[in-house]
Design a protein around this ligand. Structure first.
Ligand code: CAA
Length: 296
């Protein structure tokens, strides 16, 4: 089937990046948030991301305007009923996702493909609550979605070959590379990445080195673009804690148990860059401030 119109549910960090990428690639894109101020915040994020791309010379101002013109916001899920593909990017809570898909299943024609951008929840559990488990898959984008070239295409037990073929074509049309993987915790990237991020927190807890020293070591010793603590702050401590809990629940492996420090920092509200404080502190523009005391 050919995708023409895409719906994105959730206009946070991931949802806004995903919607922007779809609109940039020529798709009419409808985004749904629960309230108007959240829609405005999401569009603000899209505008500044498009401006960055234009400034870098990778897009003309006219093309950025055209992409923005292909995006429409709504607070009503029913406005997504004409979409050929709907990508869900709401909070990482199974009940919230099931509720969204339950409503969409009632209002959308049976041809509409549903996809979740979850980074750790089980796709088949969402698919099974709809009447279209064969037209249901995971589409896992990476932050920042406008820049990161990978999308994991997650095949649930129930996903049909035709759905996977359509999603492969769709991901390619976004200028991204798709890899198909099984519906297992963390898929490919998080399965490999999260244990190493948790290992960095444990190294910090055990006094191996400071936050800055560990980040420097990983950036210069492994040529990673960000150190583990920069990356945890960037993706959100709450998200990393959630993924660690899902992994531990599934694998019962102490290597993926959430470190005590991560739990305490989430309890303290130090969720990372989005709130101005995680392992580092950030100014109002999201720029990292120099550390005042060594974080051990
Ligand atoms: N929108 C548009 N452009 C953006 C952007 C955004 N949100 N973020 C960065 N850019 C652009 C910049 O404008 C810049 O463009 P030019 O080269 O044209 O100047 C380019 O990207 C590089 O950015 P910077 O110079 O600001 O900084 P950088 O070189 O350090 O790159 C980065 C920033 C792309 C984020 C890079 O640090 C990086 O790749 N980090 C790793 C990110 C990563 O690992 N993401 C995966 C997280 S895991 C996940 O998302 C899954 C999950 O389930 C948790």
């Amino acid at each position: 089937m050919t995708i023409k119109r895409v719906g994105v549910v959730g206009f946070g960090l991931m949802g806004s990046g995903i919607a922007q990428v779809c609109a940039q690639s020529g798709y009419d894109t409808v985004v749904r948030e629960v309230a108007q101020p959240l829609l405005e915040k999401g569009f603000g994020r899209v505008d500044s991301s498009l401006a960055r791309i234009v400034k870098g010379g990778k897009m003309t101002e006219d093309d950025a305007k055209a992409a923005r013109g292909r995006m429409r916001g709504t607070t009503n899920l029913e406005d997504l009923k004409d979409c050929d593909l709907i990508i869900e990017a709401v909070v990482e809570q199974m009940d919230a996702k099931k509720e969204v898909f339950g409503t969409l299943d009632r209002v959308c024609p049976e041809t509409t493909i549903f996809a979740s951008n979850t980074s750790s929840l089980t796709i088949v559990e969402m698919a099974a609550t709809t009447k279209r488990a064969d037209r249901f898959a995971g589409l896992h984008f990476f932050n920042p979605a406008p820049i990161m070239p990978l999308v994991e295409i997650v095949r649930a037990l129930t996903t049909s070959d035709a759905t996977i073929a359509t999603l492969r074509e769709f991901v390619t049309s976004l200028g991204k590379t798709g890899v198909v993987c099984k519906d297992s915790p963390g898929f490919i990237v998080n399965r490999l990445m999260v244990p190493s991020l948790l290992g960095a927190i444990r190294a910090l807890e055990q006094g191996v080195a400071t936050v800055e020293e560990i980040d420097t070591a990983v950036k210069l010793g492994l040529r990673h673009p960000m150190g583990p603590f920069e990356l945890i702050d960037y993706t959100g401590l709450d998200i990393n804690l959630h993924v660690a809990n899902v992994f531990f629940d599934e694998f019962k492996d102490p290597a993926v148990a959430p470190p005590a420090l991560l739990k305490r920092m989430v309890l303290a509200g130090r969720l990372g860059q989005k709130v101005g404080r995680g392992f580092y502190e950030y100014d109002e523009k999201g720029q990292k401030k120099p550390p005042s005391t060594p974080t051990r």
